[in-house]
Design a binder for this molecule. Structure first.
Ligand code: NDP
Length: 331
């Protein structure tokens, strides 16, 4: 086996952070249960934060980002995943302070891996990636609420052209919900024709509609928020009695401003979503659904496949909120 591999390496210098494609040696990876030859990774908002030097995500540089990866086990100390197993890894410390999927090899503890589900190719698995798992967790949480069904009203999804948002819109549309997509981009055709949203509202119009009121007309049976701030507040104010709003992201803001009225007058639930430390059984449940009853036929429309050379530009695009859909990195 060739002991070198290519990776996007982030370095800290006196003038800031640099992104360079470099050759690394396998001996530089921290020794762990599984050495995996990565076939695909995907590009997430957290990767963009890591690559820009955000110390809340990555403390040590030089660093190889990439919070998810799929590939083949090349060396193994695990009975569960012998050499040649196809595995899928998302979250935990991958791509944060452990070198991640933007390198052709990763070395990880076996408890971070799940078997690639039978119904997914490696590329499909990374077309979902962390964003798909998070969208799946959000949809699952919503469906557990007894008041939520497609007859009772529509569901609102924010950051709708982003990774988590676009997959959430697509899954909800597939299982029969009317979705109102909240987006800052003029992408109505994409949101309606490619993802299956019923209606689209501009992000600022949504904020304006709910900004000044402590409680608004009960409009939505549920909400999936990926951006935080005033949009999350708006969702809470406009959710029907007994409804639920999930919260997973902060591309808009890390704050949320709300009175207690949605909770005490309408019994609205606010549910936090975390994919990073989700248990193995929960991961297997969601990946099972993503590869079966929720499997999207529009994955090719949502993703753009890129190579290592294109990564630096795409990371900048994501950081500034300009990206549409998902970028999948092929090694
Ligand atoms: P993306 O960058 O793919 O998408 C984010 C979307 O947010 C953008 O496409 C844009 O959509 C919208 N947006 C961007 N800037 C703003 C803004 N200033 N105000 C409001 N909306 C904005 O990110 P992901 O979908 O990968 O992740 C979304 C969030 O979820 C991130 O904060 C990420 O860290 C978090 N996340 C959390 C996870 C968890 O386990 N809790 C797992 C995965 C992600 P549009 O233009 O359509 O409005």
């Amino acid at each position: 086996m060739d002991n070198t591999f290519k990776a996007l390496v982030i370095n800290e210098s006196t003038t800031g952070f640099t992104k360079e494609i470099k050759e690394k040696n396998l001996s530089e990876l921290t020794k762990n249960d599984l050495l995996i030859k990565v076939s695909y990774s995907s590009i997430n908002f957290k990767d963009a934060l890591s690559a820009s030097g955000n110390k809340g995500v990555t403390r040590k540089f030089p660093h190889i980002p990439g919070i998810d990866a799929v590939g083949t086990v090349a060396e193994s100390n695990s009975k569960k995943f012998p050499i040649g197993s196809k595995v899928l890894v998302t979250g935990f410390d991958l791509g944060m302070n452990t070198w991640g999927g933007f390198g052709e090899y990763i070395s990880i503890p076996e408890k971070w891996a799940v078997h690639l589900p039978a119904g997914l190719t490696e590329k499909e698995a990374m077309s979902y990636g962390t964003a798909g798992l998070t969208a799946g967790l959000s949809v699952c949480q919503i469906l557990q609420s007894s008041t939520v069904n497609s007859e009772n009203g529509k569901i609102v999804v924010s950051g709708a052209t982003g990774g988590v948002g676009s997959i959430a819109v697509s899954i909800l549309a597939k299982i029969g919900f009317d979705v109102l997509a909240v987006s800052g981009k003029k992408e109505n055709e994409y949101l309606i024709n490619s993802l299956g949203a019923k209606e689209v509202i501009n992000r600022n119009d949504f904020i304006e509609m709910y900004d000044s009121k402590p409680l608004a007309k009960p409009t939505f049976v549920a909400g999936i928020d990926t951006v935080g701030g005033a949009i999350l507040s708006g969702m809470l104010k406009s959710t029907q009695y007994g409804g639920i709003v999930t919260c997973c992201g902060m591309t808009g803001s890390t704050e949320v401003n709300t009175s207690i009225f949605p909770f005490i007058l309408r019994g609205v639930h606010l549910a936090g979503i975390d994919s990073v430390e989700a248990s193995l059984s929960v991961r297997n449940l969601i990946w099972g659904k993503l590869s079966n009853e929720w499997k999207l036929s529009n994955l090719e429309d949502i993703i753009t496949e890129i190579g290592l050379e294109e990564l630096p530009d795409k990371l900048d695009e994501i950081l500034t909120g300009k990206a549409k859909g998902r970028y999948v990195l092929k090694h």
